[in-house]
Design a protein around this ligand. Structure first.
Ligand SMILES: [Zn+2]
Length: 92
């Protein structure tokens, strides 16, 4: 099976190559160690979205890895799901 950006991202996470340095509502900064040992800088900004210092076009595996562990929305993939109310049983 071809290893796409999402699968690589999961591998980066399981191999502990992702270091999140900073997260707040104004931005995200993280470092990801790529396959050839290079350190990539992944950023998120509420206006520009995700960016990475690697030459890949679009959201690369580094970006996917960071995006999967920080709760910021790129406007397309993150949805709010209501928490199911499973606590207690209310009387009729
Ligand atoms: Zn990258």
């Amino acid at each position: 099976m071809r290893e796409n950006a999402r699968i690589r991202a999961i591998r980066f996470l399981t191999e502990r190559r992702v270091m999140v340095l900073h997260v707040d509502t104004e931005g995200v900064l993280a470092h990801v160690r790529g396959d050839s040992g290079e350190l990539r800088e992944v950023r998120w900004d509420p206006r520009r979205g995700w960016s990475c210092s690697c030459p890949a076009i679009g959201l690369c595996a580094h970006g996917h890895a960071v995006a999967s562990v920080v709760l910021v929305s790129d406007g397309s993939e993150v949805t709010n799901q209501p928490t199911p109310s499973t606590e207690g049983v209310r009387g009729a």
